[in-house]
Design a protein around this ligand. Structure first.
Ligand code: NAD
Length: 251
């Protein structure tokens, strides 16, 4: 069983479909988990589920990642209040879906602001604490859509490509500080993200057709991968993108 007692995790978008289980997983293993999100309804649901764990703890912070100035101030305040963060999980994302011709440049930029820029800011604000301790973990949440492209989703797909690039660049640069940087690329998980598909049953058939494993993924599958990558069991793994997709993409 993994033990994260004494570790602080910062998880963006942690009130979302995949994030909640990751937050509860780390808290259940003794960590203090700070969740940044704007979905306060699901944030309070998360807090009540965390209270029942009685082990680690979850702190919910309403913080809009699309507001760079607010985010930077918020991160400074969080570090002042809770101390250095050991494990940063860059998980929040938005995924507007429509044909290329219907997107504006502003909409494209708005996706990069949340999915990419906010996470660059998180790394900028939190790396100094990791560096000082000589230990840290950064996990970026990518997506298998990056490999095959995906129609009607170009700002999202390009943002996920950027996260894979950041993973490699940061891994190369931060290794000397004892900080590993990896990405997790989920396949298709039944969360809100899936509601962009109009026919749920047809979509499930499509997913199971593509996966080697003939069951739908669960948020637990993501949580356990995050915990492995954050643990000392994964201390020699850096710069990698791990596909957690039931064997959809094999590379
Ligand atoms: P989700 O929409 O349920 O969760 C995303 C969370 O990010 C939400 O709680 C949302 O409120 C938060 N968020 C969005 N904009 C924000 C902002 N401006 N400020 C603060 N918080 C903000 O989606 P999910 O399925 O839990 O996805 C989690 C991650 O996994 C994302 O990076 C997503 O791209 C990735 N992913 C998911 C799937 C899937 O099938 N669910 C597949 C591939 C990748």
């Amino acid at each position: 069983r993994m033990d994260f007692t004494g570790k602080t995790v910062l998880l963006t978008g942690g009130a979302g479909g995949l994030g909640i289980d990751t937050a509860l997983g780390f808290a259940g293993a003794g960590a203090k988990v700070i969740v940044l999100d704007i979905r306060d309804d699901r944030g309070s649901d998360l807090l009540s589920r965390a209270a029942a764990l009685g082990n680690g703890s979850v702190v919910y912070e309403h913080l809009d990642l699309s507001d760079q100035a607010e985010l930077k101030r918020g991160l400074d305040r969080i570090v002042a209040e809770h101390g250095a963060v050991d494990i940063l999980i860059n998980n929040a994302a938005i995924y507007p879906a429509k044909p290329f011709e219907d997107f504006t440049l502003e909409e494209h930029r708005a996706v990069q602001a949340v999915n990419v820029d906010a996470h660059v800011q998180c790394a900028m604000s939190l790396l100094p604490g990791m560096r000082q301790r000589g230990w840290g973990r950064i996990i970026n949440v990518a997506s298998i859509t990056f490999y095959g492209g995906w129609d009607k989703l170009f700002p999202y797909v390009s943002s996920k490509g950027a996260l894979v690039g950041l993973t490699r660049a940061w891994a190369r640069e931060f290794g000397q500080y004892g900080v590993t940087v990896n990405a997790v690329a989920p396949g298709a998980f039944p969360t809100d993200a899936e509601k962009i598909h109009p026919d749920p049953d047809g979509y499930t058939r499509f997913v199971l057709d593509h996966q080697a494993l003939k069951r739908r993924g669960s948020p637990q599958d993501i949580a356990s991968t995050m915990m492995f990558l954050a643990s000392d069991h994964a201390s020699f793994i850096t710069g990698q993108t791990i596909n957690v997709d039931g064997g959809w993409v094999m590379k």
